[in-house]
Design a protein around this ligand. Structure first.
Ligand SMILES: [Zn+2]
Length: 237
């Protein structure tokens, strides 16, 4: 990584950017904006990433977008540009004024593919966020992307720690209940104290289940009030 900084100074700046990114302190933003100006691609990249992380902690979106947008358009190193573009995405609708620039980056064949892909993703996300803000949509279903109501959000968070519309909630609920039922039916060995022991059959079930249902967060426990037994202990490690 090219750097025009002294090694000790560079090391300190890298550590500082990492620390501030993990701090969750919105007040760290001005210092990170200063770090963005240092003549090190690594420090710039880490500072941009850290600014993105602070979006969820209430960092000043106007100041953050103002600092990130020039790097999202053009940076010394394409990775820095990619990180700035990704960080911009975290500020959603606040970046709306920069969507045209992002679209230009996305269609520019002189840019690296990963920079172009990030620019397109961020431009799409910003436009979506702006539309949602206008329509007062706060959440979308993570399964089908439909807007969800506050009730749907609360219900699916409580049951699955996920964001689902009611339709996806029901589908996911049935899928999981069917899976639990299969596990219960196939369970063959119980220890005397009632805890399930590892048997050859159970190991096969776990393997089959793991293979058939890859991608489903099997270890997620469903609360008792949903009427689904907790079989997390049966699931493959
Ligand atoms: Zn859905």
């Amino acid at each position: 990584m090219k750097s025009y900084m002294q090694p000790a100074e560079h090391h300190a700046a890298v550590q500082r950017a990492l620390h501030l990114g993990r701090s969750g302190e919105a007040a760290a933003l001005p210092e990170l904006v200063e770090l963005l100006r240092l003549p090190s691609n690594e420090v710039q990249r880490l500072a941009a990433s850290a600014i993105g992380k602070l979006a969820g902690f209430g960092a000043d979106s106007v100041a953050a977008v103002a600092a990130l947008a020039p790097l999202a358009r053009e940076a010394r190193h394409p990775q820095t540009q990619q990180y700035a573009i990704r960080a911009l995405k975290a500020y959603g609708a606040a970046g709306l004024a920069h969507v045209h620039d992002l679209r230009d980056v996305a269609r520019n064949p002189a840019q690296r593919d990963y920079v172009r892909a990030a620019a397109k993703t961020t431009a799409d996300a910003i436009e979506q966020a702006a539309q949602d803000a206008a329509a007062d949509v706060r959440h979308r279903c993570q399964r089908c992307n439909a807007p969800i109501t506050a009730d749907e959000y609360a219900r699916s968070q409580q049951a699955f720690q996920r964001r689902f519309c009611d339709r996806c909630f029901d589908e996911v609920f049935l899928e999981r209940r069917n899976f639990e039922t299969q596990v219960e039916l196939s369970k063959t060995v119980e220890a005397r104290d009632g805890t399930v022991v590892q048997s050859e059959g159970e190991r096969r079930i776990a393997e089959l289940a793991g293979g058939a249902r890859r991608g489903v967060p099997l270890r997620r426990q469903v609360p008792d009030h949903c009427g689904v037994p907790d079989t997390a202990r049966l699931l493959p490690a």
